[in-house]
Design a protein around this ligand. Structure first.
Ligand code: ZN
Length: 326
């Protein structure tokens, strides 16, 4: 198949021919119609983590089933599907309890498995579901990893209707998905960005107000949604109400932060880590998407322009998802 390929890590992507993957017993092969970029596309080029090489990047995608393994039921060639990028063994105690993000065999498509920025991708049949017929391919390729991640974050932070959420660094995929999910959950949402145009866009998407990420945040929130890390951490903590919860899924601007213990215990804050989501959480997200949840797409590019999209992601120039049309 024709695909974007990583031969070395650290390294750079090249477009070329690589063996078309064959589906195993309980897997399906999907001809990708559209895929989307994530920070994983950058991390694997920097050796953080170093994937098994050669590697095909791409965590998100949607397409048409092309072949199915011998044990697959309920999915057939020709089905139009959306791909859930969170893969687990579906047999261990954590998986059977519905806590697949705690599975010791947990994998992210495009990290430990070949991803979606090629002609075909192979994935367990359990990780595809029917594409809502009313939604565009570009949207269905874009929401997966970021919306699943944001949904679990808001659930783990126990966000309830009427509470206040601060979304720090609203340009990223998880952040913009968090904004629309928190609005859908009936919360008041505030956002931050260094970029005035992104602040305006956040307000247009339902934020009550948006503030400069580089200054003190003039708001107090019950839940702070973080994935920036070092650069904003201290101001994110100061923005928490007593009893507030900060939930993080990443550290794009620095992995190490300081915790002021008196502030943590006197204010009775909670710091919550979260990553990806379970199969049940995926079904909940699909329900919201099928019912019309907005999907924030920044730009759609052709497959041969993938390196341009990677550079736009690296520069942090986007608000929402960068999508590749195959
Ligand atoms: Zn498992």
């Amino acid at each position: 198949m024709r695909s974007w390929i990583l031969d070395e890590s650290p390294g750079r992507y090249r477009f070329g021919e690589i063996a078309t993957p064959e589906p195993g017993r309980d897997e399906v092969r999907v001809r990708v119609v559209a895929s989307a970029l994530n920070h994983m596309d950058l991390w694997v080029t920097r050796g953080m983590p170093r994937p098994h090489l050669p590697h095909v990047p791409g965590c998100d995608g949607a397409g048409v089933v092309d072949a199915v393994g011998e044990a697959v039921t309920g999915v057939a060639a020709g089905d139009e599907v959306v791909i859930n990028p969170a893969v687990s063994c579906r047999r261990c105690a954590a998986c059977l309890a519905g806590d697949s993000p705690y599975c010791r065999s947990f994998q992210i498509l495009g990290e430990q498995r070949w991803g979606t920025h090629g002609e075909f991708v192979v994935i367990p049949a359990a990780n595809v579901c029917g594409k809502p017929p009313t939604r565009a391919w570009e949207e269905m390729a874009a929401f997966g990893l970021c919306t699943l991640t944001a949904w679990r974050m808001l659930r783990r932070a126990r966000l309830s209707a009427g509470e206040t959420v601060l979304v720090v660094g609203v340009g990223g995929g998880v952040s913009s998905a968090g904004l629309v999910l928190a609005r859908a959950m009936g919360a008041r949402v505030f956002a931050t960005s260094r970029d005035a145009a992104k602040r305006d866009r956040a307000v247009a998407l339902g934020a009550e107000a948006a503030f400069d990420s580089g200054a003190e945040f003039p708001v107090r929130a019950d839940v702070v949604l973080e994935n920036v890390g070092g650069a904003t951490w201290d101001r994110s903590i100061k923005a928490l109400n007593p009893g507030g919860r900060l939930v993080t899924c990443g550290g794009t601007a620095g992995p190490v932060v300081e915790v002021n213990l008196p502030r943590l215990f006197f204010k009775q804050h909670e710091l919550i880590g979260s990553t990806m989501g379970s199969y049940a959480e995926w079904d909940q997200v699909m329900g919201l998407v099928g019912a019309g949840l907005p999907v924030i797409v920044d730009e759609v590019v052709d497959l041969d322009a993938y390196p341009d999209a990677v550079r736009r992601l690296e520069a942090g120039a986007q608000l929402g998802k960068l999508v590749v049309r195959h």
